[in-house]
Design a protein around this ligand. Sequence first.
Ligand code: FRU
Length: 498
Amino acid sequence: MELPKTKISHRDALLNAESSIAKIKDSVNKDLLRLKYHFMAPAYWINDPNGLIFYKGEYHLFYQHYPYAPQWGSMHWGHAKSKDLVHWEHLPIALAPSESYDLDEKGGCYSGSAVDDNGVMSLLYTGTIIRDGKVIQTQNLATSKDGITFEKYEGNPVISSPPEDGSSNFRDPKVWKHEDTWYMIIGSSKDEKGNALLYKSPDLRQWDYVGVLAESDGTMGTMWECPDFFPLGDRYVLMFSPMGMGDRKAIYLIGDMDYETGKFEWDVIGDVDTGFEYYAPQSFLDGKGRRVIIAWLNAWDWMPWFKNFGPTSKNNWCGAMSTPRTVELDVDGRLKFPPVEELKVLRREHYHHANTKVVPGVPLLPEYVGSDCLEIKVELQLAGCQAEEVGFVLRASKDREQQTLLSYNLQSKELRFDRSKSDGWSGGIQTVRLEASETLQLHIFIDTCVIEVYADNYRVALTNNIYPDPSSVHLDLYAVGDIVNLNTLDIWKLRSAW
Ligand code: FRU
């Protein structure tokens, strides 16, 4: 099926998109690479999480979606809901391009957020169209009384052009309420420096420009995509995905917000996740007072852009969401991102080992612990240890020709994720320095083609895609140079959430 090229009613655009997905979803579900407990669209393309909200007792997740091919295309908003952040139920597509401000083959309904306006679920999103080669991005509103069927507001766009401090890159509104006023930040740029622009409104329809909330000093990217802003303890956090900041793809700043001046002054900078595949995290306040984030695990080769959509695209799907993580202020004022407790419901068979030694050249783990769906928690003793390296061989073939290495070098204090032998497609090595500690604690989630790793008490996260053969399920824990004392090791096989 094809995306309609001429003017169409919103309802017909949604029906078209739905029937395109209905035709293919059963065959997509048979693909062995489909993830078992990470969120995916029923078929075809997914990118940024949008409109995350806890609404009438349920979690809603919207997402950038192209329902006609396993690659980026004119953007729709896919939709799903969950009672526990683990099991998701797909709902009808919520937004489709249909209006003069969002109907375009290379545009569509771009990213945005959701708020509960006295029981009315209200989505704020960027309409993108291209006219005479120029990108036109406006901010728009769609509302729903039942949280399923959305009407675009007839007064759209609610913000029709960027202010002087912005540029034609003017997108991804994130809205929140402070006291009785709605606030919105929009990702933009000025003179090739990324920034976040602040607006305010009494009713989500009439918006006044306040000013630049925060901007790059020239070292933080040329455009800030998907900015997110929220209070945490007595501070505020600004997260964004910078374009043009090299490998750094999800940044956080911690500081203080002055609503009088509309300025955010920050003093801490960090990475939400340093993996190859973790982009555009969006946050929301859940029903339990926690700040939760979900990000897009982008499954494509970034270089060169838009040419390679990865191994799963052959099977008509591409991309997924990270598992939900909470955002917490650590004692030293930095952030940590532990995965939500709810994920424990996935645990099945448990393997436990304690107070033992990892001896170079001696296999420690029994063959049966291997699986393509695992949770691993380990604590290794580093104080006084003479070993050079300790680590896991993950998702390995029986002969270990195919393998992904997660290792820690005791001299350089670097954690290293090496996927040069993962699958013949992904490639790349990542290292992140961990602060000196008595022990090395790792928490690892493996799902068919995603690995999420946490270290340094959840202050470091590394998320990567790998595409090994389904039979590559072997797991080793190894040491190099000397014995490493193992305090505890827990491995759970995880069941599917679908
Ligand atoms: C980030 C992004 C957003 C935009 C959306 C379009 O991945 O580029 O800035 O709204 O994707 O799909």
